[in-house]
Design a binder for this molecule. Sequence first.
Ligand code: FES
Length: 146
Amino acid sequence: MGAGGACGCGISRRRMIGAAGAAGAAAVGLSACGNAEDGPAPQDAVMGTVIARTEDVPVGGGTVVIKGKLVVTQPEKGDYRAYSAVCPHAGCTIQEVEENIHCLCHGSEFDIATGEPLAGPATEPLDRFEVSVQGTDITLERALED
Ligand code: FES
């Protein structure tokens, strides 16, 4: 039995807005749960484009970028990293970044510096992407292989 169809999201709309910002809340509310293997990767649609601004990504934390389902982190000052926001456990969209990346569906946590799972049911890391920074623009460059 596949895990993608029953992610058990019990996330309140308020929590989603707080995690993702009001601009993307409507989109998140409709797509927090999903099967990670459905169709093309959402990151493909934003490849080569600016996905975030440096001022939106705190040092030692990160932010969820709804467009393209990405998480952008800054583990150390000036070191920006991007991961898929599609949780490898059952396909929920990652909703929160504090000192770790949190999937609130079943409680998985991921390292902001590596994307590796730290806690919860997820056993696989988040997919990683290369970014470039020019001024305050963070651009998604390409997917990184394991
Ligand atoms: S989908 Fe289950 S922890 Fe993320």
